[in-house]
Design a protein around this ligand. Structure first.
Ligand code: ATP
Ligand code: MG
Length: 554
């Protein structure tokens, strides 16, 4: 198995064993496209790499031999328009399989891939094209996307080429035709044109949960950081079928739809949908016999409202969750319905999996798990001292002894911001947590979201979890509202479950409920009912937006 090349030891017997003995061997000039994909094409050409389907029922399967061929053709196409090592190319391809041809082709050329969501507007494109001097863009045939890109182009001198898949239009290169006509022989570049381990392979914009998205840069070694993600956290199966729910515009897609999964031998399952419908996604998982599954908490919050007992989920062996805190209630309900314990992880676009619950460690509902091998993690108080057990502080990563494979190289062209979060060999995650006596980490909130009321510090996550235990609550967000007497007070913005309607009595009932299940001073003094919570394009709750809206209402 290919993993042997990169790990000194493959099977571990316990959490302690993996922490002590997990070592990633990093070859010189590692290039995922040649050293993994083409290597499979050589040794196991018929091994399935991607199983793809969309809402209309279209299906496609790609083996590694086919991926080598298509990525070689695509690399020849990019080369023909002048793309070479170091050139930034943006991909707005949703979950179309051309995304995989393109990212592999760009890796082969040593270029910089910038995946982005199709929901960007003209202003977003202008910002991104200029921030990264983007030379070329490849898009889905979505009229909105094309219009925004065209409107942005005159303000973006670096943008030289626009290509369009599955369609043709004036001013746009016909990607599908050009790739079709390109040669299927592409030789690995040598010398100056070959990618180096330190070259930038990917630029990601973060989710923008707290403010403007930041450009995170990853190098050519980054894929090896995701061996742990796939093999030991997601527990993908060699020969199995793994589904991570994520648009290709977010880093979560490379956590779950390419690198680690293929290194560990699992095929990647792609369901190309426009609107998330829990019932449909569950049916697809059942029909295609997905073996391992990864999604953010919001997906599971909707799953547990469906009748899971009616579905055949017998192929599904392992389910994991990350991206936002998972409320214990969701864990419990999912477990009761499926018998599967959700295994949580904590990470960032800047990092890989930093904390997780593994197959060797029992999940503690509400906890993010324990540190990953290779990461030197601590919790620091405001004075920079290590916190005691039970004491809240900021999660940090110490990089004085090792820089983990997969950790970012800084924010692109923003040294000031990089130095702000990463100095004196300590990287500050901006997230608050505490550690229990067994070494498990418990999320409190983002540093910016923590509420200070009458001298108490209140983490939004705990109150949100308490509220979610009430059957009337589908989703909720806890934020601070300025208050003359208490400094800040706790506000809950609540989306009600079907069959509940807002009322004064319900407000009282929810307040009493929180007082009963958690320390009474944390109860929300203000409750607002809404149809929908403000979220990032990647589906995370934007508490900052609720606070800003409250400000303007004053
Ligand atoms: P931005 O940095 O632009 O505000 P973002 O931080 O949401 O956006 P991502 O890199 O996608 O961008 O998300 C990482 C963040 O998600 C973490 O810093 C943390 O706040 C949150 N997160 C991830 N996993 C978990 C988890 N298991 N529990 C709690 N929070 C989590
Ligand atoms: Mg962030």
């Amino acid at each position: 198995m290919l993993l042997h090349k990169y790990l000194s030891k493959l099977d571990f017997s316990s959490y302690e064993d993996i922490i002590e003995n997990y070592r990633v061997n990093i070859p010189e000039n590692f290039n995922f496209a040649y050293d993994v994909v083409d290597e499979y094409a050589r040794t196991e050409p018929d091994k399935v790499a991607i199983v793809w389907c969309d809402e209309s029922g279209a299906e496609a399967t790609f083996t590694f031999a086919q991926l080598k061929e298509y990525s070689d053709k695509t690399a020849n196409f990019f080369k023909s328009v002048g793309i070479k090592r170091g050139d930034p190319v943006m991909l707005v391809l949703k979950r179309r399989y051309e995304f995989w041809f393109c990212i592999l082709a760009l890796h082969k050329l040593g270029a910089v891939t910038i995946p982005a969501t199709h929901l960007l507007t003209q202003k977003d494109y202008v910002y991104r094209f200029n921030a990264a001097d983007i030379k070329m863009i490849v898009c889905v045939p979505d009229p909105e996307v094309l219009k925004h890109v065209e409107d942005a182009q005159s303000k973006c001198p670096s943008l030289k080429h626009k290509a369009l898949i599955c369609d043709s239009k004036d001013g746009w290169i016909d990607f599908t035709k050009s790739v079709d006509e390109a040669s299927n022989v592409f030789d690995r570049p040598q010398g100056e044109l070959a990618s180096q381990n330190n070259d930038i392979s990917l630029l990601y914009f973060t989710s923008g949960t707290t403010g403007m998205p930041k450009m995170v840069q990853h190098d050519y070694v980054y894929p090896l950081g995701h061996i742990y993600t796939a093999r030991y956290w997601q527990n993908v199966i060699d020969g199995g079928l793994h589904l991570t729910v994520a648009d290709t515009g977010w880093a979560k897609a490379v956590w779950g739809k390419i690198y680690g999964q293929w290194l560990a031998g699992s095929a990647v399952f792609v369901y190309d949908f426009d609107k998330f419908v829990a019932k449909d996604l569950l049916a697809v998982i059942s029909r295609h016999k997905v073996t391992t599954f990864c999604a953010p908490p919001t997906i599971y919050r909707f799953f547990i409202k469906e009748d899971l007992t009616k579905l055949d989920l017998s192929a599904l062996k392992y389910c994991v969750v990350a991206g936002e805190p998972l409320n214990p209630e969701v864990f419990t309900q999912f477990y009761n319905a499926t018998g599967i314990q959700l295994k949580e992880a904590f990470g960032q676009t800047e990092l890989t999996v930093v904390l997780s619950t593994t197959k060797w460690t029992e999940a503690k509902p509400g906890s993010m798990g324990k540190p990953s091998p290779g990461y030197d993690i601590d919790i620091l108080d405001e004075n920079g001292n290590s916190c005691q057990i039970g004491e809240e502080g900021q999660i940090v990563i110490r990089t004085d002894k090792i820089k983990p494979a997969g950790m970012f190289g800084g924010y692109y062209r923003d040294e000031a911001l990089t130095n702000k979060v990463w100095h004196d060999d300590i990287y500050y995650t901006g997230d608050l947590a505490w550690r229990d006596e067994d070494g498990y980490f418990w999320f409190v909130g983002r540093a910016d979201d923590v509420i200070k009321s009458s001298g108490y510090r209140i983490g939004p996550f705990e109150v949100e979890s308490a509220l979610l235990e009430h059957p009337a609550v589908l989703e909720c967000a806890i934020t601070a509202v300025p208050d003359e007497v208490r400094g800040q007070i706790v506000k809950a913005t609540v989306v009600l479950a079907k069959s509940y309607t807002p009322s004064k009595e319900l407000i009282k009932e929810l307040q009493e409920h929180v007082k009963n299940v958690t320390a009474p001073y944390k109860y929300p003094r203000v409750i607002e009912f809404v149809e929908e919570l403000p979220k990032t394009i990647s589906g995370k709750i934007r508490r900052v937006e609720i606070r800003e809206t409250d400000e303007t209402k004053k």
